[in-house]
Design a binder for this molecule. Structure first.
Ligand SMILES: Cc1ncc(COP(=O)(O)O)c(C=O)c1O
Length: 388
């Protein structure tokens, strides 16, 4: 007789007592329960367990808790992407009639989401210059419920003076996108932020093969985020979290190398005849050079932008010439060096006048310097720039 139950119930090895050296992937939709009593115990928190992966999974917890520890805080929650983390934070902390003060230079999709919330759900948003704590303070209204900034902004690498901003904003909770800095270089919670979040698709995972977001911070605020992530289906899947946990193991090494490589590339570009402007907070010409030295003593990260003397007309040639070595890839923080064009990718959703007003010209290209051999990266850039 053919036993269909072997097929339907199979896949389990016999019980064993040794612990795997690396965590398993809990690739499961749900968790079996002994009965109603256990269901109630897990729901109430008196027994540690999981029920349904949209609500929680050990791979979620492992990654979120490690990021919370690195960010010097208590609690963490994962979301399906960095943008899902933005959604979960905003949906869990705002209602119609509330007001947000946001940095005027943010990842383009974050600004777009704020504008959409404003238009469709009656949430007010004021965009102000996050480099000026006074300007941010002046934007506060009686209904201000959140302030949103990036520790190192995308793509102009503006540094927020978080201690000064926290002092200026008083009781307004500050949420920091720490994607570019990573907790290796900057820990917003140490300076008084309420919540910190990352596109973990970037440095935390670091290998260009994951879509994931993570939020860490004050336990009460994170519990609200987790509830919304579960209710609105913004949660991550276990495999992405497992990959990101694996990526996290080498985060400090990758960040250290990417910082030293980026500094060398920035210095090279600054001297190049085809380049009109380099934007990297680790070099003297950057407006936030001194602030970076104070707040980011371990390094300024791997992201830099530059403009060409030829303006945007040179961009297609540059990207084409680099295609075989430094690919045009609309992401960042891969182990390999990649190049992107904010006006056509991350900030495409802003109207050109708004982009220009922010200082994001159509000729600005953004380099995500990886951990590859820096002399190759410099030689490849040199070769491509000479074609302009
Ligand atoms: C600074 C920053 N925040 C948030 C995001 C959104 O993250 P995700 O692409 O994982 O949704 C990005 C994406 O590039 C980003 O650069």
């Amino acid at each position: 007789m053919f036993d269909e139950s072997v097929c339907a119930r199979g896949g389990w090895s016999e019980e064993f007592t040794t612990r795997p050296s690396n965590p398993p992937i809990y690739q499961t939709t749900a968790f079996d329960l002994h009965g109603v009593e256990q269901l109630e115990a897990v729901v109430s928190g008196s027994e540690r367990g999981y029920i349904y992966t949209r609500d929680g999974n050990p791979n979620h917890s492992a990654f979120a808790q490690d990021v919370a520890k690195l960010e010097h805080t208590d609690a963490g929650a994962v979301c399906a992407s960095g943008m899902a983390a933005v959604s979960a934070i905003l949906l869990s902390h705002l209602k119609t009639g509330d007001h947000v003060v946001a940095a005027r230079v943010l990842y383009g999709r974050t600004s777009q989401q704020l504008e959409e919330l404003a238009k469709r759900f009656g949430i007010e948003v004021t965009f102000a210059d996050s480099r000026s704590p006074d300007a941010m303070k002046s934007a506060i209204q009686t209904n201000t419920k959140l302030c949103l900034v990036e520790s190192i902004s995308n793509p102009l690498m503006e540094i927020v003076d978080l201690p000064a901003l926290v002092a200026a904003m008083g009781d307004v909770p500050i949420v920091v996108d720490n994607t570019f800095a990573t907790p290796c270089l900057f820990r917003p919670m140490d300076h008084g932020a309420k919540l910190v979040f990352h596109s973990a698709s970037k440095y935390l995972n670091g290998h260009g093969d994951v879509m994931l977001g993570v939020v860490a911070g004050d336990r009460g605020a994170v519990t609200r985020v987790r509830r919304v992530a579960s209710l609105y289906g913004l949660n991550a899947n276990p495999f992405e979290c497992w990959l990101a946990s694996r990526g996290l193991k080498t985060l400090p090494l990758r960040v250290e190398r990417t910082c030293s490589n980026a500094l060398l590339v920035a210095e090279f570009l600054e001297e190049h005849a085809a380049v009109s402007r380099v934007v990297y907070p680790g070099i003297l010409s950057h407006q936030d050079y001194e602030l970076a030295g104070r707040l980011l003593p371990a390094g300024c990260g791997g992201m830099l932008s530059f403009e060409l003397h030829s303006d945007e007309s040179g961009v297609p040639t540059l990207l084409k010439e680099l295609a075989g070595s430094i690919p045009f890839s609309p992401t960042l923080a891969d182990v390999r060096t990649t190049i992107s064009w904010p006006a056509g990718t991350s900030h495409k959703f802003l109207v050109p006048e708004d982009r220009r007003a922010l200082g994001i010209s159509d000729g600005l290209v953004r380099l995500s310097v990886g951990i590859d051999a820096v002399h190759n990266v410099i030689a490849e850039l040199n070769r491509a720039l000479k074609k302009l």
